[in-house]
Design a protein around this ligand. Structure first.
Ligand code: 13P
Length: 337
């Protein structure tokens, strides 16, 4: 009984289910060229297409990755790239039963009339770009918008974030891509966890209100939220149990069980913190698959190990598998540090 029957409805539901499969989560490597440049600079490499390709090849050709990873989010450049042996990255992923995904937003710009907040752009031309990405083999999409607690958030910024996500989600579904709906509530600030909880409640309720208004098929989306934690500069850290309790409380209040998967972002948490927090969320049954869609928390050790040297590729791939496996166990609630 789909809310909106498109020719893709069944496929969307199936794709979302495949991504939200037990013991697996998403590898986010969709850094824009500018952000990828920052990661490469951290190990002394120039931001060239050759270096970006080499880094993405290392990640996407890791043997055994598909055991722990169900989807990989790519930047547009990567979707069209191949290995140095000429095999398309998309084919490397499909061989490992990893669903290829694509970042479709065009980044953040200032939101006029707000309290120094931002909006996420990229709706113009999105339908035709999405159709093209589908032809290239992408089966899911990502749109990341942010909400800042120290800047308010203003009612305007929350509405804009939620509306943009909903428009994007409807367009993605019309073109066969499962939309990852990512309203990131930034960690910045010295606020307590209760304040984040309040903001998350507001943001998630508006997001689902506008998703419904746009007749989005909830069975064919994935939510990528931030965890409910104290601000990064708050005087006290919260335990994984506290973070899990606050996060799950708001998720249960605001996210319908029709949504197949909650795929958390890591948002600047350390690799081990992100794993421990996910593990804590999976200590009791949840109405949805609760898993990961980490970028930094899956890549930090990989970059440090690689250092841009071909002789380190194998060791770097092993370090990716270590984090992927740890998060896979955390998805099952069976991780211990
Ligand atoms: P982090 O896990 O580094 O926060 O990145 C997640 C993300 O938004 C990329 O999709």
């Amino acid at each position: 009984l789909p809310i909106r029957a498109t020719s893709y409805s069944d496929e969307l539901v199936q794709t979302a289910k495949t991504i939200a499969s037990p013991g697996r989560g998403i590898l986010a490597i969709d850094e824009s060229n500018a952000t990828c440049g920052k990661r490469l600079a951290s190990i002394g490499l120039d931001n060239t297409e050759v270096n970006r390709q080499a880094y993405r090849q290392l990640l996407l050709t890791t043997p055994g990755l598909g055991e722990y990873i169900s989807g990989a989010i790519l930047f547009e450049e990567t979707l069209y790239q191949s290995t140095t042996d000429g095999k398309k990255f998309v084919d490397c992923l499909c061989e490992q039963k990893i669903v290829p995904g694509i970042k479709v937003d065009k980044g953040l710009v200032p939101l006029p009339g707000s309290n120094n907040e931002s909006l996420c752009q990229g709706l113009d031309g999105l339908a035709s770009r999405s159709a093209e990405y589908y032809k290239q083999g992408a089966r899911f999409a990502k749109w990341r918008t942010v909400v800042s607690i120290p800047c308010g958030p203003s009612a305007l910024a929350v509405k804009e974030a939620a509306w943009g996500l909903a428009r994007y989600a409807a367009i993605s579904q019309d073109n066969g891509l499962v939309p990852i709906v990512e309203p990131e509530i930034l960690l910045d600030g010295d606020h307590p966890i209760e304040r984040t909880l309040e903001v998350a409640e507001k943001v998630w309720s508006e997001v689902f209100f506008y998703l419904a208004q746009n007749n989005v098929l909830f069975e064919g989306i994935l939510l990528k939220p931030s965890m409910v934690t104290p601000g990064a500069e708050h005087k006290e850290k919260a335990s994984p149990e506290t973070i899990a309790k606050h996060t799950l409380t708001v998720l249960r209040r605001r996210v319908p069980p029709a949504v197949p998967g909650i795929m958390f972002l890591s948002g600047g948490q350390s690799e081990v913190e992100a794993t421990l927090n996910l593990n804590a969320m999976n200590q009791s049954p949840n109405p949805w698959h609760v898993s990961f869609s980490y970028a930094r928390a899956l890549q930090n050790s990989v970059l440090r190990t690689w250092q841009g040297r071909p002789e380190n590729v194998e060791a770097a791939q092993k370090s990716l598998l270590v984090r992927a496996k740890a998060n896979s166990l955390a998805q099952l609630g069976r991780y211990s540090a």
